[in-house]
Write a protein that binds this ligand. Structure first.
Ligand code: FDA
Length: 366
């Protein structure tokens, strides 16, 4: 007889939702995390009364009313609407690409005129069968949007020239022919009132959580404690990297507290020039319409990933996809381990997708 029904490795969104649902069904759970806090990448630090998104800007959005109601049952969400700006050579552009952006680029006001400009640029480029990301992007949105708003940003993100990146990275580049700066098309979006930690606390209320413990440092002991394991860490590490290491892109965040109440007037400003080393500046207070005297901003620098850095974005190229398949075949044979979340599935997941996945995987608990 083991002490717990479930050992949940990782107190991120996947682990927290799974543990919450299992507990609701009368199961006992022990949640462990190697970090000194729960919440995984949605965790916020409080600085000057401002919730600072430590692991990058997080905006909750979904089309699924069931998921919206689910998160709102733990903490009420505000009506923040993501409408990022882009700066290129000191000129300001609205995102996503919409009639405001087109006006800023060409001083035209009619959708018909915009379509004509874009079509003529695409035609002039003469690209028929795009061979790389640059050609793919130009064949979708023309040269102006590509050179001013896509090229530099994408090259910083991937650390490579767009001509050396595969075309498949960009399948579509949505353009909106209305004056609408709302980044997401989803019906629901917002930020938890009081911050994301409230969501984590709500999910983990009454559940035993142990922090600062790495599963791999005493694996046998943890395994002996529960009938089943929910694993949300890296799947390659779970199998001792026997097929090799899955690769990631990483980010470095530089946080600064400034002695002004408003630095940039918007939560998210992208810098699309290659010469500026960061991709974005986040001003956290604007996610919650903050009125504090000071402000906290974060510069975001894309990084090559190595063991010393956080693994943020999976690289879904051929090599890593093939390696992942090998790991998944092993995972499929496990009867006592459930793999879930962005690291165990090596998949970019938005928050609502992680929650949906955890709800689905926990729904089979008898
Ligand atoms: P997560 O990484 O949060 O949790 C895993 C946990 O397991 C971590 O706490 C880790 O410490 C722990 N762990 C790992 N190995 C362990 C071990 N060996 N022992 C103990 N513990 C271990 N989504 C969205 O909807 N809107 C947005 O705006 C954004 N923005 C965004 C920005 C950036 C920069 C990134 C990288 C991601 C986003 N996301 C997002 C996605 C969002 O962060 C993501 O969907 C969830 O946080 C994933 O939750 P998980 O539980 O899967 O992983």
């Amino acid at each position: 007889e083991k002490k717990y029904d479930y050992l949940v490795v990782g107190a991120g969104l996947f682990g927290a939702v799974f543990a919450h649902e299992a507990t609701k069904k009368g199961k006992t759970c022990l949640v462990i995390d190697k970090r000194n806090h729960a919440g995984g990448n949605i965790y916020c630090d409080e600085v000057e009364g401002i919730n600072v998104h430590r692991y990058g800007a997080h905006i909750f959005h979904t089309n699924d009313k069931r998921l919206w109601d689910y998160v709102n049952s733990f903490v009420e969400f505000n009506r923040y609407t993501n409408s990022p700006l882009a700066i290129y050579k000191d000129e300001l552009y609205n995102l996503p690409f919409n009639m405001n952006t087109f006006y800023q680029l060409w001083k035209v006001r009619k959708p018909e005129e915009v379509r004509a400009i874009i079509q003529s640029q695409i035609k002039e480029s003469g690209i028929e069968d795009p061979q790389n990301l640059e050609e793919q992007a130009i064949s979708l949105v023309g040269t102006d949007i590509y050179y001013k708003l896509i090229k530099g940003y994408t090259e910083k993100q991937w650390g490579r020239n767009c001509r050396d990146l595969p075309a498949f990275i960009i399948k579509r580049l949505p353009m909106r022919f209305t004056f609408d700066n709302n980044y997401f098309n989803d019906k629901y979006q917002g930020i938890p009132i009081g911050g994301y930690n409230k969501l984590t606390e709500g999910l983990l209320k009454g559940i035993e959580v142990r922090l600062n413990v790495d599963y791999f440092e005493s694996r046998e002991e943890w395994d002996a404690m529960a009938d089943q394991i929910v694993f949300t860490g890296k799947i390659d590490q779970f199998y001792d990297y026997r097929f090799g290491k899955l690769e990631y892109r990483s980010l470095e965040f530089k946080h600064e507290t400034l002695d002004t109440d408003n630095y940039q007037g918007n939560a998210v400003v992208n810098y699309t020039e290659r010469e500026i080393p960061y991709t974005r500046i986040i001003e956290h207070k604007h996610f919650e319409f903050g009125t504090q005297d000071k402000t906290v901003i974060t510069y975001e620098y894309p990084q090559e990933w190595d063991e010393s850095k956080e693994p943020y974005y999976p690289i879904n190229d051929e090599k890593n996809t093939a390696m992942l398949k090998n790991y998944q075949q092993l995972a499929d044979t496990e009867t006592k381990v459930i793999f879930g979340g962005r690291l165990a599935e090596y998949k970019y997941y938005d928050m609502h997708q992680v929650i949906a996945s955890a709800l689905k995987k926990s729904s089979t608990i008898a």
